[in-house]
Design a protein around this ligand. Structure first.
Ligand code: F6R
Length: 607
């Protein structure tokens, strides 16, 4: 949901800003722009479209640049369509800003300013902030920012420049993320460290209500009473190569291939003496025994990981789990109590609905545990307990490795809850852990021969609509497979509990319609096989993703895909790989921009 960057240093900054924006393009890509100090004015260049197609082309038409400080923005439109005029930076020559988030009271601010004689050109909420800064400006940037943020409501991370304060960049945030990078004789701001990792690994996390006053020589932080505050410097613990494509055609493909390593990185620190261990966050067996209910809450793929979690915890620990879509949870007055545990799942740690669900759970007094990928993100900081998935940066908008490690966490939790509640003994728990440790090798195996997925993709690319079916854990997995495909290939698909088909949806089946059936659960295989026969006899083309132990049963399947086996309960971690790759190759064959699907952005910071 929009990426912002800023630079203050000694190098010509146009290219630095554009490169940094390209790293943030996953956050939004319908327009982009920069504002730089040039002579005694602020020069703004912005354009509709992706950075390379819009902004870069427009910059090429300009003369030589010599600015050493500026701000930049890549947009995911919320208020006003993607257009040059609605692009950021937004300002009036005296003030220029870039904004990530939503200003909820922008209409009231606009009315107030209109009464004072201000005119508005764009449809954005951001322009209200830019003009309010101008209205409040008294020559002192800090006073101006403090006065302005007191009057705006909503979520924001702002990068701000004042014409009269050349080569100084200001930043402030509430809810939306922002970091300040510390280089050698140069400073940065960015929505995410990936934007600046090629320049520095050292950064400060800006907290809500803090203001950063930045020049090339350093940064001073202030609270909203203008007191100087000291902040701790953090260091990124991954390398620039993690944020580059490394020879793969797309980040999505690279991230799918990174899954075995991501799995090992995430699970191994949580295993001690062969048992799941959550001492890092204080989640003790005593607590796990005492919780009345366990909730899993997330959106999209994170929610799908939670659905696997529900199946697994309920089946192993015989403990009821409530799985909720974050955007539904918060508005349905959940029957939550201080005796419950709410597990919040999120890659970005910034998803607005998930964050709101977490805040609500905290207010009610429930224990909250965040399973988050982005270190220091809002959800990580808001939760009472946090454990990080160690997937490394996930750049492709379509989640793959983050889903994989979130799901792996569901197993760790399930095993420990089952053990703490005496539903499995230590030996069984260790057996499960050892099988979980074997999963990365099985994922490698699924990655080895990709021609089978390409063949399926070639069949799917010309279809308009298809179904995914499965039972139990395979149904949970079908949801994820279906989401992947529709998200990046724009082919309509739905996932159905296989047994539910004949209650209505089977009427959609016609000659040649593809149906992807997932069958990894041996106790459910016969049932799913009957459902497959039902669709096949009505003309469906069946792609079956199933355990290789079922090979002998696959005689009349059009496209069988065999999976290496482990215990049935762990099979979602294996079977998701073909589903990801089928979606990937279908979108790639259609020549779509796989990493930047239309209308989407990686981190959904609006409701
Ligand atoms: C799908 C996808 C989304 C995210 C969802 C939650 O491929 O990426 O469905 O899973 O927007 O995002 P996080 O995990 O950042 O809260």
């Amino acid at each position: 949901m929009c990426g912002i960057v800023g630079y203050a240093g000694e190098r010509e900054c146009t290219g630095i800003l554009v490169n940094a924006l390209e790293k943030l393009e996953y956050r939004g890509y319908d327009s982009a722009g920069i504002a730089i100090f040039e002579g005694d004015r602020i020069k703004t260049v912005k354009a509709k479209g992706k950075i390379r197609e819009g902004l870069v082309q427009r910059l090429r038409m300009e003369a030589h640049f010599s600015a050493v400080s500026g701000i930049g923005h890549t947009r995911w439109a919320t208020h006003g369509e993607p257009s040059d005029i609605n692009s950021h930076p937004i300002g009036n020559g005296r003030v220029s800003i870039v904004h990530n988030g939503i200003i909820e009271n922008y209409r009231r601010v606009k009315e107030f300013l209109t009464d004072k004689g201000y005119g508005f050109e764009s449809e954005t909420d951001t322009e209200a902030v830019a003009k309010l800064l101008d209205y409040n400006y008294n020559g002192d940037p800090l006073d101006t920012i403090i006065k302005t943020i007191a009057d705006i409501e909503g979520a924001y991370a702002l990068g701000i420049m004042f014409r009269e304060h050349k080569n100084r960049i200001f930043a402030v945030r509430k809810e939306s993320p922002l970091i300040v990078g510390k280089g050698n004789g140069e400073m940065f701001i960015a929505s995410d460290v990936t934007a600046i990792i090629e320049h520095t690994k050292e950064y400060y996390l800006l907290e809500p209500g803090e203001i950063a006053d930045i020049t090339k020589d350093g940064v001073t932080f202030y609270d909203i009473h203008k007191n100087v505050i000291e902040k701790e410097l953090s260091v990124v613990d991954w390398d620039i190569s993690a944020a580059e494509k490394g020879g793969y055609a797309h980040f999505m493909l690279k991230e799918i291939h990174e899954q075995p390593e991501a799995l090992k990185r995430t699970i191994s620190p949580r295993i001690k003496d062969g048992m799941p261990d959550f001492s890092e966050c204080g989640l003790t067996d005593e607590k796990l025994r005492a919780y009345r209910h366990i909730y899993f809450v997330g959106c999209g793929s994170a929610m799908h990981a939670g659905i696997v979690g529900k199946y697994v915890v309920e089946s192993l620990a015989r403990t009821p789990v409530i799985m909720d879509i974050a955007s539904e949870f918060r508005y349905r007055s959940p029957l939550l109590s201080p005796d419950d545990l709410v597990v919040i799942i999120s890659q970005s740690g910034e998803t607005a609905d998930t964050l709101a669900a977490l805040k609500l759970s905290n207010e009610i007094g429930a224990d909250t545990l965040a399973i988050v990928n982005v270190v220091g993100s809002s959800i990580a900081r808001e939760a009472k307990m946090v454990m990080y998935t160690l997937a490394g940066p996930e750049i492709s908008v379509c989640s793959t490795k983050a889903y994989m490690v979130q799901t792996a966490f569901m197993y760790l939790i399930a095993f420990r809850v089952a053990y703490a509640r005496n539903m499995i003994d230590e030996q069984t728990c260790k057996k499960y852990i050892s099988m979980l440790e074997g999963v990365p090798a099985l994922v490698e195996h699924c990655l080895a021969d990709q021609t089978q997925y390409q063949k399926v993709a070639a069949r799917l690319m010309s279809t308009d609509s298809l179904l995914y079916i499965g039972r139990g854990l395979d149904y949970a997995l079908s949801m994820e497979g279906s989401l992947k495909l529709k998200e990046i290939s724009y082919i309509h698909s739905e996932s159905y509990a296989a047994g539910e088909l004949k209650h209505g949806t089977i009427s959609l089946i016609e000659d040649g319609m593809p149906v992807i059936a997932v069958a990894t659960q041996h106790n459910l295989y016969e049932k799913t096989a009957s459902n497959v026969k039902e669709v096949k006899s009505r003309g469906a083309t069946v792609i079956m993703v199933c355990s290789e132990t079922l090979k002998s049963e696959m005689a009349d399947i059009d496209y069988p895909i065999y999976l290496p086996v482990t215990d049935d309960i762990l099979m979602p971690l294996v079977a998701v790989v073909p589903l990801q790759l089928i979606a990937y190759y279908t979108a790639a064959l259609k020549n779509f921009d796989v990493d930047h699907p239309k209308n989407l952005a990686k981190s959904v910071t609006v409701e």
